[in-house]
Unconditional design. Sequence first.
Length: 303
Amino acid sequence: MGLVIHIDGGARGNPGPAGAGIVIRTDSGNLVHEAGYYLGHQTNNAAEYYALIRALERASRCAAQPLAVYSDSELLVRQITGAYEVKSPRLADLYRQVQLLLLRIGGWSLRHVAREENRRADELANLAIDQQRDVIVFDIEGVPDSQPPTATPEQPGSSADEEAGVLSRPSVSAESSVQVAAAEHSGLSADSELPTSQASVLPSVPGQPAVRVLVERPPDPAACPAGAWLGKELTVTTTLPAGMCLHAAHAILPTLLAMLGTQAEEFAAIPTLTVRCSRPGCRAVFLLSPVPASNGKKPPPAQ
């Protein structure tokens, strides 16, 4: 079982009156939720984020099950999956809200689709803008008699001009069809490398999946409170290495938990994911990938 979610967000004028459209169905096609949400004065990019937030909030009220989310916003998809950095302070705040919601979900995917494949979500977003209120067309728990506006006021610093410069070069391996979280945080990097003798490879645990963490860009010792705390590579199964900086742990934990919680038959197919440290100025970059032949299945008994 799983839920299939289509989301869309838009603002007329960018920034301007904004709405979010959400369609949630079971993977067998049964409708769970169909609604447009009025967001007040927002940018297009912020509206896309609010659409995802509203969808995850509604999905969290359903029984625990995997989510397949589809959006026609390439920016949103690539930022959530780690291919692009989030440099806009406004979007960074919304990004953190999304990550907290994703922590409640055992497994999820976020994919980019063409606008034609997302038409109903777009219609619902425009319906909310037209009526300047939330419009809940269907909900499996029932539709209230009226839906007063629940728009989120625009915060300082939110503008289309600011958000126009949030893109960075795509990561070498993160794709929009990622099935797991890729915690993405802004910050700059240092070019210095840590000695390979500091590598921390934890022993694999039989019956447990293992994730390889490659330090593609080490933290800046001047910005990292833990200093030169990590080597070039480590393997994580059930515990984090001793001495890991809290900021780095905060950044990689959503991805690690989602990867380790992936179904055994799908574990090996997880692509390499890019995660950046959340501490400003650190600029550490980590590449997370499944350890080959490690999928969480218990080994067969000895003959």
